[in-house]
Design a protein around this ligand. Sequence first.
Ligand SMILES: [Zn+2]
Length: 240
Amino acid sequence: MEIKFVGIVLSNIDYREKDKLVNIFSVSDGLVLGKLKSVKGASSKLKVLASPFCLAEFTAVKAKDKMTITGGEVIDTFFDITSDIEKYFVGCCILDFERKLIANDNELEKHFKLLVSVLKSLSYSEENAKLVLIKYLLEVLSISGFALNFECCSACKNKLNENAFIDIIDGSIKCGNCVGQKYITVSREEKEFLNQVSNKNHSIKLNYNNEKLNAILKLLGNYVYCQFDYILKLEEILKF
Ligand SMILES: [Zn+2]
């Protein structure tokens, strides 16, 4: 039976001599695995449909639980992401995290919408790639029910006026009195920055430099690890 679906390629691996297996984020079905036949020949029209970041309406044939991609209409390849190495690593970090998240998340449409919008920002805007990643992480954490909230301590409910602490054991945000032995400190300055980034008021002028963005990314990487037991692919990004 032939089916059609809109999706974004998250990753691919070589399969047999000329084929590829492609992980696609389908807006209707979540994570799907499809086989693309004879795609490794240079002239294959299907080649672009196997490339990470490709947004397309795929045509596929489904037999039992195996899917073979037979064609598709490309909507956008977000080509500029792959022509800038920093953008490329940021994009790969996002695709890999989405692959992890959508496996256990029902908010597929929200994830898909956010992913398309973040790939557009990376590809078509001049915005700092690390800042795009930070904005994405705050939003996706919120969609997945793990929003970073620095308003008050999750244990005693007192306002967090100074530093906040992420409890490594459960990822909760607490004050200095309530937090356990292992924690990540979030300074007042970092809290303010994250609140400003989450705020969609575009008139706020963000004040940052590369060092600050790296520190914030490390912090978010640690938080993601506490909550999801997953290591965000930040290693290459932090070298910039
Ligand atoms: Zn407390």
